[in-house]
Each structure stands twice: as structure tokens, then as C-alpha cells.
Write a protein that binds this ligand. Structure first.
Ligand SMILES: NC(=O)C1=CN([C@@H]2O[C@H](COP(=O)(O)OP(=O)(O)OC[C@H]3O[C@@H](n4cnc5c(N)ncnc54)[C@H](OP(=O)(O)O)[C@@H]3O)[C@@H](O)[C@H]2O)[C@H](O)CC1
Ligand SMILES: [K+]
Length: 223
């Protein structure tokens, strides 16, 4: 699907079908958490690798707060690094950040590249909830820093909905693009994911359904 179509599906699911955006976000985050947890089984060790979730200013970041809550339930040590103060979040993202805060999930705010250098460490699962379908152009400022630092760390990288920096309609990566080992994308594959240029940045792709009715998916030709 094209970026604007998947955003339209989101709006219709909420506006016409009456599904709460919180329900869509919960389905997205829970589905993503289950794929991240499945990464662990291969290692055999019963110690679960710590997970660091990088959250941006929008609903892609909002997914990260849901992912954190579900991964904690699955036994993973989780922490959230937000690139914005949580009171800057709005809507469903703010709602889930507030739940995460009340639930005692560790949240740190990164305000500079230096902060990010200290906050991101090796041997973690790093989850990219920085920018999703709301991104326009190459990652700017602190978002570019976060991608650069995350790519430099030794660990497993997971992109949520799309790797920050990758244009999901064309598959063309920016100079600074999150190099994911796995991408969990919502509703349907994004058209750009079929571009071979995108492969090094996507890793293994999983599509997670978020409860959008089949009738609506059929209208957009994805069911
Ligand atoms: N049906 C679905 O697919 C669902 C998707 N979900 C998730 O929601 C995101 C889309 O969320 P949205 O809030 O629309 O957008 P983002 O989270 O991607 O954030 C975009 C904001 O980030 C700023 N921005 C945009 N481009 C850049 C850039 N190049 N560099 C830095 N910052 C950027 C911008 O904020 P401003 O204040 O600067 O305008 C954008 O507003 C989707 O991807 C899914 O993960 C739902 O959770 C479930 C349903
Ligand atoms: K992302």
C-alpha cells in the first residue's frame, strides 16, 4: 500500500467504522511485541535480552509505549528513550505514554546527540518507533542522530511500521536510515518495500493486522 492509503485506512477505521485509535494502536503494539519476543526464542538462552524502544513525537512513538508494556509482560527488561518530553505527545500516543508512566515503565528523554550516545548501549534489541508514515523527507536533527547512534551499536534492530529514513512509497533510503534486522509493518506491506534498494534497511518483514475490517481492506485491494 501507499503511505497515504494506509493513513486513509486508519482514518476510515476510526471515523467511519468507529474503531477507537487506541484499539488500533493496541493491536499494532501487541502484534509487534509478539514478533520481537519471537526473535529471542532462537537464542535458546532463557535470559531475555534487554529492549530499548526509541520513541518519536507521533503515533509511531505511541506504538512504542504499547510495545514496551507488552514486552514487559512477556518477561523482557524494557526501557523507553523518548526524543520529546512526554507532555509534547498528543492523542493516542499521549494516552499510551501516560499509561506507561503510571505502570512504572522506565522512560528517559534524550535531548542531544550526547544524551543518545550515553543512553544507547550495545547488546540490546533497539526498536525504531521514531518516525512512521507521518515522516516527510530525511530524518532531521535529533532523529538523524538517533538513527546514526542506533546503527553504530552492536545489537538487534527492529523497525516499527517502516525504518526511519526509508521512503515507504519508493523504497529509497535517506543518507541516514535505520538499518533494521526486522521490520514489523501494519495493515499491509508498503509499496516501497518491494524495491531491492530497500532490502538492506528492512531485514525480515512481518505484516501485523490491527483489526481493520476485511471489507475496508478489500476496498483498498489488500484482502
Ligand atoms: N493504520 C495504521 O497504519 C496505524 C498506524 N499507527 C502508527 O501511527 C504511525 C503514524 O503516526 P503519525 O503520528 O501520523 O506520524 P509519525 O508517528 O510518523 O510522526 C510524524 C511526526 O514526526 C515529525 N516528522 C515528520 N517528518 C520528520 C522528519 N523527517 N524528521 C523529524 N521529524 C519528522 C512530524 O512532527 P512535526 O511536529 O515536525 O510536524 C510528524 O508529525 C504509523 O506509522 C504507525 O506506526 C497507529 O499506531 C495504529 C494504526
Ligand atoms: K519507525
Amino acid at each position: 500500500m501507499k503511505r497515504e492509503d494506509v493513513r486513509r485506512v486508519d482514518q476510515i477505521a476510526i471515523g467511519t467504522y468507529g474503531i477507537s485509535g487506541l484499539v488500533l494502536m493496541e493491536n499494532a503494539g501487541r502484534g509487534a511485541a509478539e514478533h520481537i519476543a519471537a526473535l529471542h526464542h532462537g537464542s535458546g538462552a532463557d535470559v531475555k535480552r534487554p529492549v530499548c524502544i526509541l520513541c518519536g513525537p507521533g503515533n509511531n512513538g505511541g506504538d512504542g509505549y504499547v510495545i514496551a508494556r507488552h514486552l514487559e509482560l512477556l518477561g523482557f527488561p524494557v526501557r523507553i528513550v523518548s526524543l520529546v518530553p512526554t507532555d509534547r505527545l498528543t492523542g493516542d500516543a499521549f494516552a499510551n505514554a501516560a499509561i506507561a508512566m503510571k505502570a512504572g515503565l522506565p522512560i528517559q528523554v534524550a535531548r542531544s546527540a550526547e544524551d543518545l550516545e550515553q543512553l544507547l548501549v550495545d547488546d540490546e534489541i533497539v526498536v525504531d518507533c521514531l518516525l512512521g508514515t507521518g515522516a516527510t523527507g530525511a530524518p532531521r536533527g535529533l532523529y538523524a542522530d538517533a538513527v546514526t547512534v542506533a546503527n553504530a551499536r552492536r545489537g538487534v534492530r527492529v523497525a516499527i511500521d517502516l525504518p526511519t529514513g526509508l521512503d515507504c512509497d519508493t523504497g529509497i533510503p535517506s543518507d541516514v536510515t535505520f538499518r533494521a534486522d526486522m521490520t514489523v509493518t501494519f495493515v499491509a506491506q508498503k509499496d516501497g518495500f518491494s524495491n531491492s534498494e530497500a532490502k538492506p534497511w528492512l531485514g525480515t518483514i512481518h505484516v501485523v493486522g490491527i483489526g481493520v475490517p476485511k471489507m475496508l481492506l478489500m476496498e483498498f485491494g489488500v484482502a
